[in-house]
Write a protein that binds this ligand. Structure first.
Ligand code: FES
Length: 324
């Protein structure tokens, strides 16, 4: 069940802001990329061998190339540092197929995109689509300063400029009122999309919830913060996972994950982030009740208990039957 990776070549590099570089890639075999929806991300394996997820931030109508942007993290464990320091034009990389956990709501009457820092990336691909469709949208771009704001050349020109509002150097105590102001005039049929550091997104969600229903608010996290604490009375220390196809069962004890338990009986579930963020390890649930510990399923998916992220989530019932 390992996802297929694709060999690509880096065609262009561009410094988009302080510490942020974009990478334009094309397939080594010369074929077009598969179509993707705005908000999608791909796995990128850096020269150091580390695989990380990066949002696609180019025009989703263009299939001859894909663009992703990487912020060089000071605490990098090899992913962003390697991509910044070991990749030049002509470098070959491996990437995965696009996956999307952060989709535009096509039926919305208005779209409000709220990004902070590198969180601008998935919103940019959304902006391409919305501009092409002449949809009603606003893109709020928060950054420490203009030098830290990625894609300024692009965003200050049409077709984006008329939709973009820039917010530089907003201090922590000013952020909540600034976000309230961005959302004050949101119509009843507006949808809000946010990406950036968790404290920023938490405030966006809090502000949006004063005006809009929960299902009109969409967010994407780049990395796991602390895992949600399981309800002590509902969480079982160990449980069984059963394969729907064969009936085979494996015990998942307190010290192991579903992914690891399945691997022990030769069932490989594809993984990427390993921390409940990317959705790579999602598997359909046939019966049983998952204890969701991920950061990527939608509210509807959680409520339906129809899928589980096997890298971090567990079970509230003694047996979980998975579509494997
Ligand atoms: S591997 Fe990323 S969510 Fe499980």
């Amino acid at each position: 069940m390992q996802a297929q990776s694709l060999k690509v070549r880096v065609d262009a590099l561009r410094d988009e802001a302080h510490g942020v570089r974009s990478f334009s890639i094309s397939r080594l075999d010369g074929l077009p990329f598969e179509r993707y929806e705005p908000g999608a991300h791909i796995d990128v394996t850096s020269p150091s061998g580390v695989t990380r997820q990066y949002s696609l931030c180019g025009d989703p109508e263009r299939l001859d190339s894909q663009i992703f942007a990487v912020k060089k993290e000071e605490q990098s464990r090899g992913g962003s540092r390697s991509l910044h320091e070991e990749v030049s034009v002509g470098t070959e990389l491996s990437v995965g197929a696009p996956r999307n956990l952060f989709r535009l709501e096509e039926g919305a009457g208005e779209h409000i995109l709220m990004g902070a820092g590198i969180g601008i990336t998935p919103l940019l691909s959304m902006a391409y689509r919305l501009a092409a469709r002449q949809a009603r949208f606003t893109l709020h771009h928060f950054a420490r300063s203009e030098a830290h704001a990625a894609f300024m050349t692009l965003l200050t020109r049409e077709p984006f400029a008329r939709h973009v509002k820039l917010h530089f150097g907003v201090q922590p105590d000013e952020l909540k009122p600034a976000l309230d102001a961005c959302l004050r005039d949101a119509g009843a049929n507006a949808h809000v999309y946010t990406c950036g550091p968790s404290p920023f997104m938490d405030l966006v969600v809090a502000s949006a919830r004063q005006r809009l229903p929960a299902d009109a608010i969409h967010l994407e996290r780049f990395k796991a913060e602390t895992a949600p604490a399981p309800a002590a009375d509902a969480s079982l220390k160990s449980f069984d996972v059963q394969l729907a196809s064969s009936g085979q069962t494996v015990r998942v004890d307190a010290s192991t994950s579903i992914v690891a338990a399945l691997a022990s009986i030769g069932i490989e579930v594809d993984t990427s982030c390993g921390e409940g963020v990317c959705g790579t390890c999602m598997v359909d649930v046939i019966s049983g009740e998952p204890e969701h510990r991920d950061h990527c399923l939608s509210k509807a998916e959680r409520a339906s208990n129809s899928v589980i992220c096997c890298c971090v989530s567990r079970s509230r019932t003694p047996v979980l039957v998975l579509d494997l």
